[in-house]
Design a protein around this ligand. Structure first.
Ligand code: GDP
Ligand code: MG
Length: 157
């Protein structure tokens, strides 16, 4: 246990395959970006890469979670529509007190954007989730999203 920290918090990222979960983590923690899909990650940070393809998200993945970042890709209608399914998993498996943030990814892909900012904002507002549109590629809003999230989680554990 690292004595420099008072708390160890568990945060997970969820959302469809390819929305950019791994990329967001790599941008924030390593300040890197790659165009290829990355299926493993070495951080002490959970990523759904191994199980998401089969949607076999088990209760153990969500157990003891303080914060969940739920991601959709602004260029993918499916990834936005599937938020409902991810939220059902949260309701089923995550602690009631969990903090949730909504992230629209790949905001640099302006010409391919199909989910406009207002649509994301409205969705988040109805649920009282903080909302950010981010680009891991161009490093837009990534730090702001994580810092807002850590503050939110830190004040509510
Ligand atoms: P994951 O399956 O949710 O972990 O998604 P990945 O992080 O592996 O990203 C899937 C693909 O989307 C990769 O080709 C990434 O390079 C790409 N990608 C991720 N984030 C961005 C972004 O902010 N902008 C763009 N243009 N591509 C991105
Ligand atoms: Mg991944």
């Amino acid at each position: 246990m690292n004595k420099d920290y008072d708390y160890r918090i568990k945060i997970i990222l969820i959302g469809d395959y390819g929305v950019g979960k791994t990329s967001l983590l790599l941008r924030y923690f390593d300040d890197t970006f790659t165009e290829s899909y990355i299926t493993t990650i070495g951080f002490d940070f959970w990523d759904t890469s191994s199980s998401e393809r089969f949607r076999q998200i088990t209760s153990s993945y969500y157990r003891g979670t303080h914060g969940i970042m739920i991601l959709y890709d602004v260029t993918s209608q499916d990834s936005f529509d599937n938020l409902k399914t991810w939220m059902q998993d949260i309701q089923r498996y995550a602690p009631d007190t969990v903090n949730i943030m909504l992230i629209g990814t790949k905001s640099d892909l302006i010409s391919q954007k199909v989910i406009d900012t207002e649509t994301g904002e409205k969705f988040a507002e109805q649920l009282d989730y903080p909302f950010f549109e981010t680009s891991s590629k161009e490093n837009i809003n990534v730090n702001d999203a994580f810092e807002t999230f850590f503050k939110q989680v830190g004040t509510r554990i």
